[in-house]
Design a protein around this ligand. Sequence first.
Ligand code: CUA
Length: 320
Amino acid sequence: MLALSACTVHPASILHPQGAAARMEYQLFDFSLVVMTGVFLSVVIPLTYVIVRYRKRSADQPLPRQVEGSHRLEILWTVVPVILVIALAVPTVGDAFRLAAPAGPNALQITVIGHQWWWEFRYPGLGIVTADEMHLPAGQRVELTLQSADVLHSFWVPSLGGKEDTVPGQTNTMWLEADRPGTYPGQCAEFCGLSHSLMRFYVVAQTPSAFHTWAHGMRHPATTPRTPLATQGLAVFNQFGCGGCHTIDGTPAQGKVGPNLTGLGNRSVIVAGALQNNAADLTQWIHDPTAIIPGTVMPAFSGLSPQQMTALTAYLEGLK
Ligand code: CUA
């Protein structure tokens, strides 16, 4: 069963690196694994042999001659580990510096902010603020500035690179790169409260032209309803005070507690990737958020009539 579990190709695996940072880390992992396997076998095989070969065969067998202090052996098992530690330290320290180095002038800048329990992504150069889904151009380095809005979180996209904590009151940086377009799952990797395990996100790597199309759509999203139903939905949005917690750029809604909903219709997932971005899932979320994310600060709006809910989701889904 254990061996068979290795057969799956999981998209969130450090063993299938999909970018430069992840590959560097994977090669280090591979090298350490080879060295450590060698150490393990060179200890376990002689140990097993000695245990079997020199076991006590009868009750009256006397103790063998007691010996200690072989200079040759003492030197051997001091020098060999020192060499191994140096062999592991040199590439480890080298990679640590390469991963900590600035990503370069051509890197796309993204600010990542951890919240209980969702991820916010800001593109300062592009004027975009979004959540749950981090878009980036494949084949280009992305420099991440990591911050936290509340407690410790840890940003981790296993197939694209190592994790980095988001720390309240402190700014960390890291860089990532995706070789090819694709969707790469990410996960908060630091226990951060009740719904830590649900604090997920997706990195959507796109061709440069698809990325620019996305960025353009996010910069110029619809802010006014385009159908009568959506117009009713805007009235519901205002009536229930949604703008107290959520921002929709270009409207009076400027709340900062929950995710920015500008261009919401452009996203494929909502609620930290727990739900798909469609009217049915959105309804489920608005109706009873704690059923999806236990402990969330999003209040339940169970008082909305079905008609109001239909109108509200039509308005929100139309923001694209
Ligand atoms: Cu955020 Cu765990």
